[in-house]
Design a binder for this molecule. Structure first.
Ligand code: TYM
Length: 329
């Protein structure tokens, strides 16, 4: 089976709705057709300051959310990035074939440093897409299911793979991003022109997977919409309603066009309640299962340790090929 690879940063105590829809729902749907690797990318999480004890806890919490969200831990390899040393090693090798200008064009870095300025950013934050390329290339990955904000990083990965192969001989497989049509980008419920993000200043517009269901429903019912009253998708004129349609589509499997027809002529109150109900119906059991899994941290640690060994076998072999090709062995 071809390989699938993806990962999420353990940089908050809970996934948000954007991660859930952009990543986890897709992973769950695709995992049966691929040899799937899902990592908890802790090395990426330390590109911004972390508290060690908190980070340790967030890694377990994220592992529990992967499993509770439907990742099959008996089939997929669910592991922690830093447990496999080949990631950092290959990132160094790839850094030597990445252009400084090329890395400077990554829009996520520009966005993330827009507020605090580049002076305050770490070099790790700058080179982070190269580490992501290493993650993907180590596993001979065919497909990378991600939200739309990661597309440029997967394209960089492809470019680096092709450049390396041209310079040093066939070594890496060039991966393809897989981005869902509806719900590739979920926006903040309070400011629907910005994407839902862990680093937002205010948490009212963010639905956290581990929020209690009443809070989730309330956040959705308080989502910012508009005054025109029509339930139709129009990203420019009606970002709030469009976002809610995308969310409802992700949770019901109905295309946005079908939902527009279904809710035509109904008020925003009815519509928002339908969105809240659909989200809560799916997320409440995921939350409960996460909490159950977290009650046995030793079991989670055992699973992560066993999977790290399996991941390292694949990753070390690829790293060996790259070292050899570059003249380092
Ligand atoms: P991260 O941790 O920021 O986000 C994890 C996943 O969630 C998706 N996502 C969204 N999708 C839709 N709407 C949103 N508002 C939204 N916010 C986040 C992201 O696109 C992503 O799929 N660099 C990556 C992690 C990573 C990775 C990898 C991914 C490291 N190595 C290798 C794939 C393959 C990141 O920071 O994602």
């Amino acid at each position: 089976q071809p390989r699938l690879y993806s990962g999420i940063q353990p940089s908050s105590g809970s996934l948000h709705l954007g991660n859930y829809i952009g990543a986890l729902q897709q992973w769950r749907a695709m995992q049966g057709d691929f040899d799937a690797f899902f990592s908890i990318v802790d090395l990426h999480a330390i590109t911004v300051p972390q508290q060690p004890e908190v980070l340790r806890e967030q890694v377990r919490t994220l592992a529990a959310q992967y499993i509770a969200g439907g990742i099959d831990p008996d089939r997929a390899c669910l592991y922690v990035q830093s447990h496999v040393s080949a990631h950092a090693q290959l990132a160094w090798l790839l850094g030597t074939i990445t252009g400084f200008g090329e890395a400077s064009r990554m829009t996520q870095f520009k966005d993330k440093t827009a507020k605090g300025g580049q002076e305050a950013a770490s070099v790790g934050l700058f080179t982070y897409p190269i580490l992501m390329a290493a993650d993907i290339l180590l596993y001979d990955t065919a497909v990378v299911p991600v939200g739309d904000d990661q597309k440029q990083h997967v394209e960089l990965t492809r470019d680096l793979a092709e450049r390396f192969n041209k310079r040093f001989g066939q070594t890496f497989r060039a991966p393809k991003p897989v981005i869902r049509a509806d719900g590739a980008r979920i926006y903040d419920l309070q400011s629907p022109e910005s994407k839902m993000s862990k680093s937002a200043d205010n948490d009212k517009g963010i639905v956290w997977l581990l929020d209690d269901p009443a809070k989730t429903a309330k956040k959705i019912r308080s989502a910012v919409t508009d005054t025109d009253g029509a339930i139709r998708a129009d990203r420019a004129e009606k970002p709030g309603v469009t976002n809610l349609l995308g969310i409802l589509s992700a949770f019901t499997g109905s295309p946005v066009a079908t939902l527009e027809a279904e809710f035509s002529g109904q008020g925003y109150g009815v519509f928002k309640t339908a969105v809240a109900d659909a989200v809560v119906a799916e997320l409440a059991p995921v939350r409960e299962r996460t909490l159950e899994l977290l009650a046995d941290p030793a079991e989670l640690d055992r699973l992560l340790a066993a999977n790290a060994e399996r991941a390292a076998e694949v990753a070390d072999a690829t790293l060996g090929r790259a070292l050899e090709a570059m003249g380092l062995r």
